[in-house]
Design a protein around this ligand. Structure first.
Ligand SMILES: [Zn+2]
Length: 110
């Protein structure tokens, strides 16, 4: 719920800055470690956007994969199924370097 609210706040602030009447689309990039359920987020966003300039806005959601960096060999790789093991040297000493981001990349307005 709070993620939907953050996205909405950012989108409305950006639209108002541009003097827009209506937001048509909000494009968001979210890391998979945020644990976002796209359908649930879209639903929450729709509810919160009621009676705002974003009431008819579509949410474009792009989920980016988790990334890890091996502390042993510096390899950077995509983490699948929460397997924090280096594909190159099999080390388990992994630092998370991607997958937690949440950004509104752009909005479409009229
Ligand atoms: Zn490694």
């Amino acid at each position: 719920m709070t993620i939907a609210q953050s996205i909405l706040d950012i989108a409305i602030a950006a639209a108002e800055k541009e003097g827009a009447q209506r937001i048509i689309k909000v494009n968001v990039v979210a890391g998979e470690l945020r644990g976002i359920e796209p359908m649930q987020l879209t639903f929450c966003f729709g509810l919160m956007a009621e009676n705002t300039i974003a009431s008819a806005a579509n949410l474009g959601l792009e989920i980016t994969p988790a990334k890890g960096r091996c502390k042993a060999c510096e390899e950077i790789f995509t983490v699948k199924d929460y397997q924090y093991v280096c594909p190159k040297c099999r080390s388990g000493d992994i630092q998370t370097v991607g997958g937690t981001e949440l950004r509104v990349i752009d909005i479409e307005v009229e």
